[in-house]
Design a protein around this ligand. Structure first.
Ligand SMILES: Cc1ncc(COP(=O)(O)O)c(C=O)c1O
Length: 389
C-alpha cells in the first residue's frame, strides 16, 4: 500500500504535498531511458509546473515543453534549459513574446508557419537568439478510446494530416512533432511510429529532430522500458534525427498527495462526508476524465466496515469524488489523503464558489525520514479577488 510519508494532521488543509523522493524515483527511470538511447526528455509544464521542484527535475530532464508564452517564460526563467513550444494557434503577440523565449517553435498549420516565420526570425535575431521551427503532424493513428483525449480522433484540430503535407517540405522546418498517446505503453508508440513512417517518409530524411510527444506512461510499474528503448534507437538509426519525448504524467506520477479534512457527514441513501477539498475546483480531471481518485487507507465500497460517499463543499451536485469504505465511520475533523495528485491537478485548480485554493507543499528530497513538510505557497482572499478583476 502507498504511504504518504508525512503526518496528514501536521498540515493545514486543503494542501497539495509533493514528495521529492517520489519525483526522484521517476527521474531515475527517465534517466535510464536517456542513457540507453541518447534521447532527450522534456517536462510537459501543462501537467506539472511546481517551480520549487525544478532544480531537482533539471538534474535529469533536458528542458520543458510549453503551451503558451506564460509556460514558456516559466520554463526559460525557472528551469534554465531548452524550451519547446506548441500551441494549436498563435496570435501575433504570442509570436513576439515567444520568439524571445523559446528555442523551438512548433506550428499546428502551414498557414501559421508561413504567416509568422519572418516575424519570428526577425524578433529572435534582434535579441541574438537562435530559433528553430517545427510542425505538428496528425498521423491519423488513434490508440485512445476517449475522443477528448485523442488528438487523432476524426475531426481533430491538432496536427497537419498526411494529405495536407507539402512535398518538398520547407527547409526552415527542422523538426516534426506529434502527440497521440494518453497514459499508454510502448506498444502503442510502436504502432504510432510505424504509421508515421509510412505516411511521412518523404520528409523524415531532411529533419534534425522528431518529438514523440507525451502520454508515455514510462514510470508506471510494468511499462515496457526495453521496447521503448528499441523504438527510439531504431528510429534514430533509420532517420538520423534526435528524438525528444515530452511526458508530463510520467515525470510526476504518484509523486503528490492532496490532504483534506472532513467537515461534516450528512445522511442520504448512504452517509456522505463533505470535505474541504472540492472536486471541480481542485481535481477537475476526476469529473472530466472521469475517474475515482484513491484515498490512503480507504477501500472500494463494501470492502471495509463502513462505506460512504465523499464530496466537496461547492454548489455543484456532482462535486463528488466517489464511494469508499473505511475501517470506521468518518467524523468531522478526520483527514483524507488523496493519492497521485501532482499531475493535472495543481495546474488546473480554480476558485469556483470562492473556495480556498489548496496550499502547495513538499517533502524535500533527502528529508523523508524527518517527515518534514515544507509549505511553499499559501493562497488567500487576494488571490481569489485578483483573478476576478
Ligand atoms: C502536445 C503535448 N505534449 C505532451 C503532453 C503531456 O502528456 P502526458 O502528461 O500524458 O505525458 C500533452 C498532454 O496533453 C500534449 O498535449
Amino acid at each position: 500500500m502507498i504511504e504518504c510519508g508525512f503526518d496528514p494532521r501536521s498540515v493545514d488543509t486543503p494542501c497539495f504535498v509533493v514528495d521529492e523522493e517520489r519525483l526522484a524515483r521517476n527521474l531515475a527511470i527517465l534517466d535510464q531511458v536517456k542513457k540507453q538511447t541518447g534521447c532527450k526528455i522534456l517536462l510537459a509544464l501543462k501537467c506539472f509546473a511546481m517551480t520549487a521542484c525544478f532544480p531537482l527535475l533539471a538534474r535529469v530532464l533536458d528542458g520543458v515543453c510549453a503551451s503558451s508564452p506564460h509556460e514558456a517564460r516559466l520554463g526559460r526563467e525557472e528551469f534554465g534549459k531548452e524550451v519547446h513550444t506548441f500551441a494549436a494557434a498563435y496570435s501575433r503577440q504570442d509570436i513576439l513574446d515567444l520568439s524571445g523565449i523559446t528555442d523551438h517553435l512548433v506550428f499546428n498549420s502551414f498557414g501559421q508557419f508561413h504567416r509568422f516565420r519572418d516575424l519570428a526570425n526577425e524578433t529572435a535575431a534582434a535579441q541574438g537568439r537562435d530559433l528553430t521551427f517545427g510542425i505538428r503532424i496528425n498521423p491519423e493513428h488513434s490508440e485512445g478510446t476517449v475522443p477528448i483525449y485523442d488528438p487523432c480522433a476524426p475531426g481533430s484540430r491538432l496536427g497537419v494530416r498526411p494529405s495536407e503535407f507539402p512535398d518538398p517540405l520547407s527547409r526552415d522546418i527542422r523538426g516534426l512533432h506529434w502527440h497521440n498517446l494518453c497514459e499508454q505503453d510502448a506498444d502503442c508508440l510502436e504502432r504510432t511510429v510505424k504509421a508515421v513512417e509510412s505516411k511521412f517518409s518523404t520528409c523524415l530524411p531532411h529533419l534534425d529532430y522528431v518529438n514523440f510527444g507525451g502520454g508515455h506512461h514510462i514510470t508506471r510499474p510494468g511499462y515496457d522500458l526495453d521496447l521503448l528503448s528499441r523504438i527510439i534507437l531504431g528510429f534514430q538509426d533509420r532517420w538520423d534525427v534526435d528524438v525528444f519525448l515530452e511526458p508530463g504524467e510520467a515525470v510526476a506520477l504518484d509523486a503528490g498527495f492532496l490532504a483534506a479534512t472532513v467537515l461534516d457527514v450528512v445522511p442520504a441513501d448512504m452517509d456522505i462526508a463533505i470535505m474541504d477539498v472540492s472536486v471541480p475546483a481542485h481535481m477537475p480531471d476526476v469529473i472530466e476524465m472521469p475517474f475515482r481518485p484513491d484515498i490512503l487507507g480507504a477501500g472500494k465500497p463494501g470492502e471495509k466496515a463502513y462505506t460512504c460517499r465523499i464530496g466537496g463543499p461547492s454548489c455543484l451536485a456532482g462535486d463528488v469524488a466517489g464511494e469508499y469504505s473505511f475501517d470506521a465511520p468518518l467524523t468531522p475533523g478526520d483527514r483524507l489523503v488523496f493519492t497521485d495528485m501532482a499531475i493535472y491537478s495543481m495546474v488546473k485548480t480554480n476558485t469556483f464558489n470562492g473556495i480556498q485554493l489548496p496550499a502547495i507543499a513538499r517533502i524535500p528530497a533527502g528529508q523523508k525520514e524527518t517527515g518534514r513538510v515544507e509549505i511553499i505557497t499559501r493562497f488567500g482572499y487576494e488571490d481569489f479577488k485578483q483573478r476576478l478583476g
